[in-house]
Design a protein around this ligand. Structure first.
Ligand SMILES: Cc1cc2nc3c(=O)[nH]c(=O)nc-3n(C[C@H](O)[C@H](O)[C@H](O)COP(=O)(O)OP(=O)(O)OC[C@H]3O[C@@H](n4cnc5c(N)ncnc54)[C@H](O)[C@@H]3O)c2cc1C
Ligand SMILES: *[C@@H]1O[C@H](CO)[C@@H](O)[C@H](O)[C@H]1NC(C)=O
Ligand SMILES: *[C@@H]1O[C@H](CO)[C@@H](O)[C@H](O)[C@H]1NC(C)=O
Ligand SMILES: *[C@@H]1O[C@H](CO)[C@@H](O)[C@H](O)[C@H]1NC(C)=O
Ligand SMILES: CC(=O)N[C@H]1CO[C@H](CO)[C@@H](O)[C@@H]1O
Length: 334
C-alpha cells in the first residue's frame, strides 16, 4: 500500500495547518481538503486567537505538549513583519485577585522572548474599584487572527496546487475508496463522525467592540479577558467556559457579566460601549487529551487531529506537524 491519496477533513485552523504542513513535506502529492464549512463559517473564525495554551497536559506527555507549543510558536513567529496574514506581536498581563498564583504558565515561560512576574507597581496600577490584584505575570506573545489567517492560508494552499471540496461527509466510508490517508480534523463534529464520547463542548461567549486605544491584552480571574486586534482596532471581551453546554444562542446575563467584569478590569472600556458591539458564541471542541493518532480504517489510514478545546489556534501548527510525522513513520516502515 502506498499512502499517497491524501485528504484532510476540516478547514478550521487545525485542518488548514495540517494541509499546509502536508504540502510542505510532500510537495509532489496533490492534497485535498473536504469540509462543509470554510473561513468565516468555522468555529476558528471567531477565536480571539491569542497564543496562550492552558497549563495542563493536553498531549501524550508534558514534553510532547511543550514540543507542540514550541513548534507552533516558531511557525507563527516566522510570519511576523513578513506576510500580511493577521499575525502580530502583543504584550499584556494576566492578573489574579487571589493569592494562588494562577497566572503562571510553565509552557510559555519556556518559549516566549519575554515572560516575567508583574511588579508591585504594575499590580497597584491595575487595582481599581477595590479589586486588588494580588499577583500577575507580564509577557509578549502573538495573536493569530483567524479572520485573516484562514483565507490567506486557504489561498496559499490552492496556489500550491491543493484542491478543495465543499461538502459534508456522513461517514469516512464516503471517502475511504478515493483516498487512502484521511486526516480527521473535524473539531467538535468528531463526536459524531468518530463516535467519540470524550468530545465535550465548552461554551464560550465573547463581545467584539471598537476600542483602538487598548494596545495590551489583559486576563483576570473567572475567565475575564480583553484581547485587542492590531488589525482593526476592535477588542474581544470574554468570557465564559460552560462544560457540556451546546447552547449557541446569546445569553444576556453572560453579556452583562462580561461587560461588568471587563470594565472593572479596564475602566476606559466603558466608553467603547457608546458604539455598536457584536456578540458571538462558540463551542470549543474539548477532549481531555487532544487526539493525534493513526488508526487503520478498511483500506485507508485515518490520522486523527482533533479535540483542541480552547487552544486550537495556539496548538494547530504543532499538532499538524506531529500528525504529518505519523504519516512519515508509516512511509518509512513500508
Ligand atoms: C470564545 C472562544 C474564544 C477562543 N479563543 C481562542 C484563542 O484566543 N486562542 C486559541 O488558541 N484558541 C481559541 N479558541 C479555541 C479555538 O477556536 C478552537 O480550538 C479551534 O477553532 C478548533 O479548530 P478546529 O479546526 O478543530 O475546528 P473548526 O474550526 O470547528 O473546524 C472544523 C472543520 O471540520 C469540518 N467538518 C466537521 N465535520 C465535517 C463533516 N462531517 N464533513 C465535512 N467537514 C466537516 C468543518 O466544516 C470545519 O471546516 C477559542 C474558542 C472560543 C469558543
Ligand atoms: C522548547 O523551547 C525551549 C526554548 O527554546 C527549549 O528550552 C525547550 O527544550 C524546548 N522543548 C521542547 C520539548 O521542544
Ligand atoms: C487556593 O489554593 C488552595 C490549595 O492549594 C485551595 O484550597 C483554594 O481553594 C485555592 N483558592 C482559590 C481562590 O482558588
Ligand atoms: C464575572 O465575575 C464574577 C465574579 O466576580 C463571576 O462569578 C462571573 O463568572 C464572571 N462572569 C463572566 C462572564 O466572566
Ligand atoms: C465516520 C467514521 O468512519 N468514523 C470513524 C472514526 O474513527 C473512529 C475510531 O476512533 C471509528 O470508530 C469511526 O468509525
Amino acid at each position: 500500500m502506498v499512502y499517497n491519496k491524501i485528504v484532510v477533513v476540516g478547514a478550521g485552523i487545525v485542518g488548514i495547518n495540517t494541509a499546509l504542513e502536508l504540502q510542505r513535506v510532500y510537495p509532489n502529492i496533490k492534497i485535498t481538503i473536504i469540509a462543509d464549512k470554510f473561513n468565516s463559517e468555522t468555529l476558528s473564525d471567531g477565536a480571539a486567537g491569542i497564543f496562550r495554551p492552558g497549563t495542563y497536559c493536553f498531549g501524550p506527555s508534558f514534553e510532547i505538549s511543550q514540543e507542540w507549543i514550541n513548534d507552533s510558536y516558531n511557525f507563527y513567529k516566522s510570519f511576523l513583519n513578513n506576510e500580511p496574514c493577521g499575525i502580530n506581536e502583543i504584550s499584556g498581563y494576566m492578573f489574579s485577585e487571589t493569592l494562588n498564583d494562577t497566572t503562571k504558565n510553565h509552557y510559555l515561560e519556556k518559549c516566549l522572548p519575554e515572560y516575567r512576574k508583574a511588579t508591585e507597581d504594575e499590580l497597584k496600577l491595575y487595582s481599581h474599584n477595590n479589586r486588588i490584584k494580588k499577583c500577575g505575570s507580564f509577557f509578549t506573545t502573538i495573536t493569530i487572527e483567524s479572520k485573516l489567517f484562514l483565507p490567506w492560508a486557504l489561498k496559499k494552499f490552492i496556489n500550491n496546487g491543493g484542491e478543495i471540496i465543499k461538502k459534508k461527509i456522513q461517514s469516512f466510508d464516503d471517502i475511504c475508496e478515493k483516498f487512502n490517508v484521511i486526516f480527521n480534523c473535524s473539531g467538535l463534529e468528531a463526536a459524531n463522525l468518530c463516535n467519540d464520547n470524550d468530545m465535550i463542548p465548552i461554551r464560550g461567549q465573547v463581545i467584539r467592540v471598537k476600542a483602538p486605544w487598548i494596545d495590551k491584552f489583559y486576563y483576570n480571574d473567572m475567565d475575564t479577558y480583553i484581547i485587542p486586534s492590531k488589525e482593526d482596532g476592535t477588542v474581544v471581551l470574554g468570557g465564559c467556559r460552560d462544560f457540556g453546554n451546546y447552547d449557541t444562542t446569546i445569553q444576556n446575563r453572560v453579556t452583562e457579566q462580561i461587560i461588568e467584569n471587563c470594565t472593572n478590569l479596564i475602566p476606559s472600556l466603558k466608553e467603547a460601549f457608546n458604539s455598536e458591539y457584536k456578540i458571538w458564541v462558540g463551542l470549543r471542541p474539548y477532549r481531555y487529551r487532544i487526539r493525534v493518532e493513526a488508526e487503520h480504517f478498511k483500506n485507508a489510514m485515518i490520522i486523527h487531529n482533533y479535540g483542541h478545546g480552547g487552544y486550537g489556534v495556539t496548538l494547530a501548527p504543532g499538532t499538524a506537524k506531529y500528525a504529518v510525522k505519523l504519516l512519515c513513520y508509516l512511509h518509512s516502515n513500508l
